[in-house]
Design a protein. Structure first.
Length: 350
């Protein structure tokens, strides 16, 4: 089997494996008491990761340069990065729920690269003079790894928002550092309609939940609710169930850590790109659409980390910011490359 045929077999195999892995993870989420779903999901992600790595290696051997020169190669590299970051997040959380979010995204990326891109864009081609530099591997690989880490973190933030949908949840505590949540107080508020009685009722709900979930022992306390039926609306405070408490804790913590991993990589990638731009084009920064959106992406996640570390935000507010960052990353990575005109454009739609 020649390298071209091997690449075609590997990209289709990686797509099929990721599709089956997605179904396995979703099945595990729907039927958590059924054994082996988690093991099968992790095995599927590992096989997909190895298939994509073999595909990129074959491209490297065939073309003679690191395979990051066109959209097809970069899509598979970022899919490989997401599968790799999946294991980082899954190892942190010890939860198969990570795969519920990451497997579909990796599968869609491989499907787009394999089934949608024109054949000309899937073929290896000689590098243009500007790309014949060692900065190609340094800049592009770090940027794509940062995108992968930020996407995984943002996906977990989206999962957090879904798990706490319809409720204003406030997490009081610190997720900074390697320690677990300790003495974290969760306040769950739900809007309800008040009655017509004129009395005030005060109810204290306290629930202590302990769990490890890969993050150490946690203790969480409910809070006191004051119900005033004479108003048009009332706010009632209820403790989270143990399952949702553990889930919210895990998703919020791992999302923060993954974004904390991706942000330094993004910073290093932007700096490396500026140095390479000066070497290739004589200017560190030219406000190319790709450069502009890379800066916007950096600012969005800098705002997220600033809100978490300095302002003490936790819960739904920073998760909404991270979810917006997921869209911004895709605009920066793919949108401006395909639709914009600039030094980084692929020009497929133009």
């Amino acid at each position: 089997m020649d390298l071209v045929s091997l690449q075609g077999w590997l990209d289709n195999t990686s797509f099929a494996v990721l599709f089956l892995t997605m179904l396995v993870y979703w099945g595990g989420a729907a039927f958590p008491k059924v054994p082996y779903f988690s093991t099968l999901g992790s095995a599927g992600m590992a096989i997909a990761n190895l298939c994509i790595a073999a595909l990129l290696g074959a491209r490297w051997i065939e073309a003679g340069y690191f395979p990051l020169s066109n959209l097809y190669e970069s899509l598979f590299f970022i899919a490989w990065g997401i599968t790799a970051m999946h294991f980082v997040a899954e190892n942190m959380s010890r939860s198969p729920l990570v795969g519920v979010a990451t497997a579909p995204v990796a599968m869609v990326i491989t499907a787009f690269a394999t089934l949608t891109l024109p054949t000309a864009m899937q073929s290896a081609a000689p590098l243009v003079p500007a790309l014949k530099s060692n900065w190609l591997m340094m800049h592009v690989s770090v940027m794509l790894l940062s995108y992968a880490a930020l996407m995984v973190g943002a996906l977990l933030a989206i999962a957090f928002l879904i798990a706490t949908r319809g409720q204003a949840i406030e997490l009081k505590g610190s997720s900074v550092g390697t320690g677990a949540y300790r003495d974290v107080s969760y306040r769950l508020q739900k809007n309800g309609q008040a009655g017509t009685a004129a009395a005030s009722v005060t109810t204290a709900n306290v629930a202590t939940v302990s769990g490890t979930d890969g993050l150490g022992t946690r203790e969480s306390l409910g809070s006191t609710a004051v119900l005033t039926p004479t108003t048009l609306s009332a706010v009632s405070t209820l403790p989270l169930s143990p399952q949702r408490l553990s889930l919210a804790d895990t998703l919020d913590n791992i999302s923060y850590r993954m974004i904390g991993l991706g942000f330094p990589l993004l910073t290093i990638g932007i700096i490396a790109g500026a140095v390479w731009a000066n070497e290739a084009w004589g200017s560190y920064w030219s406000w190319d659409p790709k450069e502009t959106w890379a800066l916007i992406t950096w600012l969005v996640f800098a705002a997220y980390l600033h809100a978490r570390i300095t302002r003490g935000w936790q819960g739904r507010r920073p998760a909404i910011l991270a979810a917006a960052g997921f869209l911004v990353v895709w605009i920066c990575y793919l949108g401006v490359n395909l639709l914009g005109k600039g030094l980084h454009s692929y020009g497929w739609f133009l």
